[in-house]
Design a protein around this ligand. Sequence first.
Ligand SMILES: CC(C)(COP(=O)(O)OP(=O)(O)OC[C@H]1O[C@@H](n2cnc3c(N)ncnc32)[C@H](O)[C@@H]1OP(=O)(O)O)[C@@H](O)C(=O)NCCC(=O)NCCS
Length: 178
Amino acid sequence: MYSIVPDSELHTTTLNKNHNLSSFSCLSQELNDFLKNDALNDQKNMISRTSLCFWKDELVGFFTLIADTIEAKAVIDGIEHYEYRKYPGVKIARLAVDTRFKRRGIGTYLLLAAIGKTLSVCENIGCRYILVDSKKNSIGFYQKNEFKLVEKYKNREFIPMYLNMQPIIAEINIESND
Ligand SMILES: CC(C)(COP(=O)(O)OP(=O)(O)OC[C@H]1O[C@@H](n2cnc3c(N)ncnc32)[C@H](O)[C@@H]1OP(=O)(O)O)[C@@H](O)C(=O)NCCC(=O)NCCS
């Protein structure tokens, strides 16, 4: 059993053409292929934006964000008398940790980094939720981090999950007023 990698030893940076992605390998071939073959092109086309995470010069994980929405009826913590069909959000389109570095806190670090980027969106643009379509075997990971699943879609191959940014921002504002 390896120990948790301290956050202070991890750093993220936006994917660019000079990065060498060849060593990266997680359990999902689809995620490996996306990172190596499609992520940069999608980024150029402004479809998605990918952040890489390094530990001691080693690529240990990545996440990819896109703009998205969630059906208003799908969430249990919506706004009363909300008049639109959907809420705006940022979606974690991909997130993965290299298999060699699993269960060392890096997934949690990536999730917090994605939430951090969403916070900066929320400062400028209406964005109530951070969203993810989770693989079945990753639901527990997101639930540990306070994401709720959309009950009516829980039998889908990828289960929509969401985290309300409003309480997170309220907490940050309280702390900054202390
Ligand atoms: C899911 C994934 C990102 C987790 O990354 P990780 O670095 O291993 O996660 P962490 O070490 O930060 O784990 C944080 C907590 O979640 C738990 N956890 C991790 N993966 C889990 C899983 N699949 N199911 C349930 N709990 C999980 C850990 O035990 C840990 O709990 P603890 O704090 O009580 O010990 C990683 O396993 C992965 O890349 N999987 C393949 C790709 C994938 O499924 N991505 C999600 C796309 S939807």
